[in-house]
Write a protein of this length. Structure first.
Length: 91
């Protein structure tokens, strides 16, 4: 069966297209490649740990570059764990 028929990209991330943009609902949650909540992902964006979304028009629609999402997933140790998040701001 081809990678397209299985909805798996050549790098093995189910649900991510080979290129282009994906919406937030396609990458987070229990079924997504990044199993965190919306608020956690936006906290990571604000902390500089996850790439920012890109505006896809004059309105409010935004998406994430698939290449950026894939690069984040493939970098080991980039995402904070439960023991080191949120960052200690008293230091």
């Amino acid at each position: 069966m081809s990678a397209q028929a299985q909805n798996i990209t050549p790098t093995g991330h189910p649900g991510l297209p080979a290129s282009g943009f994906v919406r937030l609902s396609q990458i987070i949650g229990q079924g997504g490649p990044i199993p965190v909540s919306r608020s956690t992902l936006y906290a990571w964006i604000q902390a500089g740990l996850f790439p920012s979304p890109v505006r896809l028009g004059p309105g409010r629609i935004a998406g994430f570059r698939v290449e950026d999402v894939r690069a984040f997933i493939e970098r080991p140790g980039v995402a904070p764990t439960a023991t080191d998040w949120p960052p200690n701001k008293s230091v």
